[in-house]
Design a protein around this ligand. Structure first.
Ligand code: HEC
Ligand code: HEC
Ligand code: HEC
Ligand code: HEC
Ligand code: HEC
Ligand code: HEC
Length: 450
């Protein structure tokens, strides 16, 4: 017995040396992953109150006047408010969390909502900023309905306003078999990954009644098998891993196949050397709620699907097509096409561009989180696929419909106007946005002053 344990310890120790150090958001001793939402780091009493009573007084927070108790024995009456109690700027440390139950143990949570739309220093926010959902609900998701509130016509969140036009109705789909529209519609919080959540940002395997990522044993990334059943036909499992795995008997911040984790460090600025790397079914995930906009698993130009390609023509934009599909007019060649212009930073680099992320093939690890890819032509490859996340972020952006760039702007930027990264344009065609892949003016730039 002793030697088995010793063997495991050696295995674990060498695994952590080989795969690099763990990030340290939770300095609690005894938490081997140093991550709050890992099962060993979780503090049940931060979020749950057993009797809603302390010194004879109610302790939970109201969303509409009353002081609980609330469903699932939570401190907050609304699921989204519970999450934002730790994930909104100003409330994101153990000293400032908007939950009376939280003890100051020194952790910092990644923020998803700022106070002013300005991404703070040393912060990535790759899914965008929910600040914009409150500023203008057209600019993002507004998950403002706790469990039971969907369909009632009454939103429940204090921190997130509801979308006055869409309410809880996803365009191109319906909420089906679920009565919440909250952070918890998409994420879990009881472990960093599990049989219910994928190892990518704790995103759920079963979303809106659809198993989008149930089957995880097939591609050799996660040890945990989904308990939601096999991934449904038409969906493809999420294969990137930002959350590590169980190695032996330990939760470690590594992938079991030896490849590096693929999530940007959320406590560093997002850039070419700190970016998310996507693999697998990110379009499938979105289409659990917006199914009409998706061409399905393995979308091609040659096969009609009922949503994007019908009668041999595109009727909606392809969302899961290979960038080198035979016969395609646009693809990896136009993605990397150089448009000569005088802008200080070339908006059209020769390699993989994190500002227009593509899905990496399962077995190609050329693009990695920390290595520059934009300047390396070998990183933009034909087997890359388009996805919803090529054009959208997952939470909210400063633009309508949470697109990554201003899709309502001119194809040319006015002289002096900032591009999507805040770099001033010289007035010649930066060919960004749709022009990244579709140079409708050719490869020659000319100055546009408007
Ligand atoms: C970060 C906040 C948070 C922490 C910490 C937390 N929970 Fe929860 N828990 C929730 C939320 C939100 C729900 C409601 C959503 C759901 O049902 O999954 C919930 C629901 C539950 C449920 C009912 C639903 C189910 O899954 O059976 C149980 C039981 C539960 N939690 C137990 C625990 C235990 C035990 C711990 C500590 C190991 C814990 N929770 C820690 C937020 C939290
Ligand atoms: C008591 C504070 C607290 C609450 C409440 C809380 N979180 Fe967290 N969360 C943290 C901390 C701390 C981290 C950073 C450590 C980690 O990654 O586990 C984190 C990290 C995360 C991450 C990032 C994972 C990654 O890939 O780095 C996600 C996703 C997340 N939380 C989702 C949620 C959701 C959804 C809820 C509500 C159901 C929630 N959290 C509620 C403290 C909290
Ligand atoms: C759990 C269901 C669900 C999932 C998964 C989901 N959405 Fe949504 N989405 C909604 C709902 C509900 C609305 C309408 C209400 C709102 O905007 O909050 C919506 C609205 C939108 C809008 C319009 C926003 C506006 O206000 O005009 C866009 C764009 C969008 N979603 C894109 C995406 C993308 C991209 C993904 C994948 C990262 C995704 N959605 C995943 C439920 C979902
Ligand atoms: C429509 C589904 C959806 C909803 C609703 C949603 N998220 Fe996310 N979230 C995602 C996806 C998908 C990602 C990963 C996207 C990516 O990697 O580009 C993500 C990423 C994250 C991250 C990692 C940081 C980042 O910016 O990527 C955190 C933390 C997080 N979500 C917390 C939350 C919290 C808290 C809420 C509620 C206020 C919430 N999410 C609502 C789908 C959702
Ligand atoms: C090529 C870029 C691109 C891709 C890929 C893309 N979208 Fe969009 N999406 C847009 C633009 C631009 C809009 C603005 C409205 C329009 O032009 O249709 C939009 C609008 C939306 C809306 C709002 C519709 C409404 O009624 O308000 C939703 C929801 C949406 N997209 C979801 C998705 C989902 C889900 C996917 C993946 C299956 C996806 N998008 C893929 C660019 C894209
Ligand atoms: C990451 C690359 C990429 C981006 C960005 C992109 N597209 Fe596309 N688009 C494609 C590919 C690939 C096709 C499929 C081309 C084919 O099958 O010939 C396509 C097809 C199309 C088509 C149909 C062409 C046809 O032959 O029927 C139109 C129209 C279109 N895109 C417009 C847009 C617009 C408008 C935007 C910006 C909102 C945009 N695209 C952004 C890659 C992209």
């Amino acid at each position: 017995m002793k030697s088995v344990l010793l063997g495991l310890l050696i295995l674990v120790a060498s695994a952590s040396i080989a795969f690099g150090a763990a990030p340290s958001q939770d300095p609690n001793t005894g938490v081997n992953t140093q991550l709050y939402h890992s099962y060993d780091g979780l503090i049940c009493a931060d979020c749950h109150t057993i009797h809603n009573s302390e010194d004879g007084a109610a302790v939970s927070y109201a969303y509409s006047g009353a002081n609980g108790p609330y469903q699932a024995l939570l401190y907050r009456g609304d699921f989204t408010d519970l999450c934002l109690s730790c994930h909104k700027q100003g409330q994101n440390t153990s000293a400032t969390a908007a939950l009376p139950s939280v003890a100051n143990t020194g952790w910092t949570a990644p923020i998803v909502m700022t106070l002013d739309g300005v991404v703070p220093a040393n912060t990535a926010m790759p899914s965008g900023d929910f600040y914009y959902s409150n500023l203008d609900p057209k600019k993002g998701h507004n998950p403002a309905y706790t469990e039971g509130a969907v369909g009632s016509g009454t939103a429940t969140s204090l921190f997130m306003q509801a979308d006055p036009v869409l309410g809880d109705n996803p365009p191109g789909g319906i909420l089906d078999g679920t009565t919440e529209w909250s952070c918890h519609s998409c994420h879990g919080m009881h472990s960093r990954f599990s049989s219910s959540y994928t190892a990518w940002r704790q995103v759920k395997r079963k979303v809106n009644g659809h198993v989008v990522s149930g089957d995880v044993t097939g591609f050799g990334v996660e040890t945990a098998t989904g308990n939601k059943g096999a991934t449904e036909a038409g969906f493809e499992p999420i294969k990137s891993n930002s959350r590590g795995d169980v190695i032996g008997t330990n939760y470690l911040n590594v992938r079991p196949d030896g490849n590096p984790l693929e999530g940007a460090d959320l406590f560093q600025t997002e850039s070419d050397v700190n970016k998310n790397v996507y693999r697998g079914g990110f379009s499938s995930f979105c289409s659990a709620c917006h199914g009409d906009f998706h061409g399905g698993n393995g979308e091609t130009r040659t096969v009609n699907n009922t949503n994007t390609r019908i009668g041999g023509a595109w009727l909606r934009h392809p969302t899961n097509i290979k960038m080198n599909e035979a016969g395609s007019k646009y693809g990896i060649g136009t993605y990397t096409k150089q448009v000569t212009n005088a802008q200080s930073t070339n908006p059209n680099p020769v390699g993989y561009d994190w500002r227009y992320p593509l899905i990496q093939p399962d077995d190609d690890f050329t693009v990695s989180v920390t290595a520059a890819a934009m300047t390396d032509p070998l990183t933009a490859i034909g087997d890359d696929r388009l996805s919803c996340l090529t054009c959208h972020k997952a939470h909210a952006t400063q633009y309508d419909n949470m697109t990554r760039w201003d899709a309502q702007g001119h194809a040319f930027l006015q002289n002096g106007a900032d591009d999507m990264n805040g770099v001033p344009s010289n007035g010649d065609n930066p060919a960004y946005g749709c022009g990244k892949c579709h140079q409708k003016g050719g490869a020659v730039a000319f100055v546009k002053s408007f």
